[in-house]
Design a protein around this ligand. Sequence first.
Ligand code: BGC
Length: 279
Amino acid sequence: MNTSTRADRKDFSVPLLRGQRALVTGANSGIGKATAIALGRAGADVVVNYVADRPAAESVVKEIEGFGVRSYAHEADVSQEDQVVGMVSRMVDELGTIDILIANAGLQRDASLTDMSLDSWHKVIEVNLTGQFLCAREAVKEFLRRGVVPEVSRSAGKIICMSSVHQIIPWAGHVNYASSKGGVQMLMATMAQELAPQKIRVNAIGPGAIKTPINRDAWETQQAEADLMTLIPYGRIGVPEDVADAAVVLASDLLDYVIGTTLYVDGGMTLFPGFATGG
Ligand code: BGC
């Protein structure tokens, strides 16, 4: 078997992420699950984080192990500092280090402004924004400790913040969620600026409407799907694999010079489709 890594090569017979170790938060369903599987297929060892539904996380692990890489499930609430610290330190113990963090765990608790409880506000900010801060902080400590290992990757580590088109599109009825994603954009950009000199690459992915449990209401009925389509120039709802494949390439050395950007994976949702015929 060819055991070389892919770093600094343009040899497409070697999997893009061979020899790298990735942590994916919220990896038991939706975009996180598809991304964890895609990273495994691309040759990375993968820690599958989840907060509930261990059987689902274990089945993601099984699928990833099928690619001949290492994987295990780890329960942790990303908004809890001690749990995040424990998750990253176990990863360093078991897999040796961390090369890629996909800060994906996130949730919605929707309500109009006047109906939104402080609890719903806090919960969404804590998981979607504070969770990404905590995971990034712990991953970066390890990136800095280890530094660049040229046989593995040209950079000392990669962070991909899973954001949303709603980091720039205001979203009535979802003020906590949109605010959390606006925060993720600035968290990402600030970390990218701070960490680029240490050879750490921080970027974000901004998914649009992707068919997952988080937005079932938006595509479940024919009418809902037709309404949604007016917001998507490309004419189809995304699937988790659309985002997962983007994450693999963004985490790989193919995009080594890409720092501090958001890659929108949205079928054109951020292109103000309402203006195609008006304005
Ligand atoms: C939200 C989905 C929504 C999509 C497009 C995502 O960030 O989680 O519920 O369908 O943005 O509006």
